[in-house]
Design a protein around this ligand. Structure first.
Ligand SMILES: [Zn+2]
Length: 382
């Protein structure tokens, strides 16, 4: 099964297939390319460093993409992305409209399944993020990433992917050490997955490829974020980088079935907040009735949420036409809670005539937050 063309393969042992049962796959890959794809042609994006918002689109076949991913890269002088690692060029699994910056809301489609085995998990610290305006503790716990006890190795993931018969390329990442390996795997897709279906598609793919056994090591927020950056291979010690590749089929994700799959699972504490709010609604309690202007209910339809954020010192972008209304990229008021602290302007406000404005931030821990949270942030909890 070893590909004779493997470059820079550091003599990694071929592991035994972990579980022969999982090799009896019945994939039907590569038969349905979808209506909008050219068979074998992938589209994704490259970025110069972590702070680069406008990517360079890639359109090409797997061989061309492999050629880019096989190289070893070094940080840019002056660390324009922040840290040396963040100054590295990065791949993003998605493609965008011409001129659209990287961001979940601008994703047209996703052509790569990028699996980051960072082998760590978020652990609550017992502290909660303070409300940035009042300093009061919020309902969002602070977490720290701690190493998991049984790191997933690249070798075992590679063995499983060879079993599954899909085309992929893998490498160990910047902070990988022999004792605590960290790796990134790129699986090439046969056709694009629309951005809105990405979380479900990723969950399907992980299960279908027999990788559920390795979920403990996966960075799931990154997996679920179609706009996430994946730094290309590089290391303070480039000689230490381990690589592997597999020939095989392009993975074909059945989009029609996905639409009936259950929505992705929230973190337990997020689910608790959502459940509490559902219970409030079931009891007939309406959070918005507590807010009054001159004794009268607030006219939320007329509320300019972008202006409200602006007044409170939050950076807002230019509003663009979106359906009947407007969409505006805004800084998330809680951006300091984001795991990378940098993608602050990933949030959006949408105004649609005749309805209340909406707010959305795709960062993990903020996915349940909306208009209510912004109002509580701006006007306080009544
Ligand atoms: Zn946020």
């Amino acid at each position: 099964m070893t590909d004779p063309r493997l470059p820079d393969h550091k003599g990694q042992a071929e592991p035994e297939a972990a579980n022969p049962r999982q090799c009896s796959h019945d994939t039907q890959n590569g038969e349905d390319h979808g209506p909008h794809s050219t068979p074998g042609i992938l589209r994704c994006s490259f970025f110069e460093h972590a702070k680069d918002r406008m990517g360079r689109p890639f359109v090409g076949d797997v061989a061309a993409l492999r050629g880019i991913l096989r190289k070893t890269y070094t940080p840019r002088p002056g660390n324009p992305g922040g840290t040396p690692k963040q100054s590295m060029p990065a791949l993003n699994a998605a493609f965008y409209r011409a001129g659209a910056p990287r961001g979940v809301d601008n994703v047209l489609g996703v052509f790569l399944l990028i699996l980051d085995f960072d082998n760590s998990r978020p652990e609550p610290t017992g502290e909660f993020w303070p409300n940035p305006r009042t300093g009061e503790p919020s309902n969002r716990p602070k977490t720290v990433k701690v190493r998991i006890d049984e790191p997933v190795t690249m070798a075992e993931v590679v063995a499983q992917l060879r079993c599954a018969g899909v085309a992929f390329i893998a490498w160990t990442t910047w902070s990988s050490t022999p004792e605590h390996e960290k790796s990134r795997v790129v699986v090439f897709l046969a056709h694009a997955v629309p951005g809105v279906l990405w979380e479900r598609a990723a969950a399907w793919a992980v299960a279908h490829l027999g990788l559920d056994q390795f979920r403990r090591g996966l960075d799931l927020p990154v997996l679920n974020n179609a706009a996430a950056l994946a730094f290309l291979a590089g290391s303070p010690d480039p000689e230490s980088i381990q690589r592997a590749e597999g020939e095989g089929d392009l993975l074909s994700i059945p989009l029609l079935d996905l639409q009936t799959t259950a929505a992705p699972v929230l973190e337990p504490w997020e689910a608790a907040v959502v459940a509490e709010r559902q219970a409030e609604r079931a009891r007939g309690e309406k959070w918005f009735q507590a807010y009054r202007v001159n004794g009268r209910p607030v006219d939320f339809q007329a509320l300019d949420l972008v202006a409200l954020l602006d007044r409170h010192g939050v950076k807002v972008g230019r509003s663009r036409a979106f359906k009947d209304g407007t969409k505006t990229r805004v800084w998330c008021p809680w951006a300091s809670e984001h795991s990378n602290h940098r993608d602050g302007d990933d949030a959006v406000v949408i105004h649609t005539p005749g309805t209340w404005p909406s707010f959305r931030c795709e960062h993990s821990g903020h996915r349940f937050m909306g208009l209510r949270d912004l109002i509580e942030w701006a006007w306080g909890t009544p």
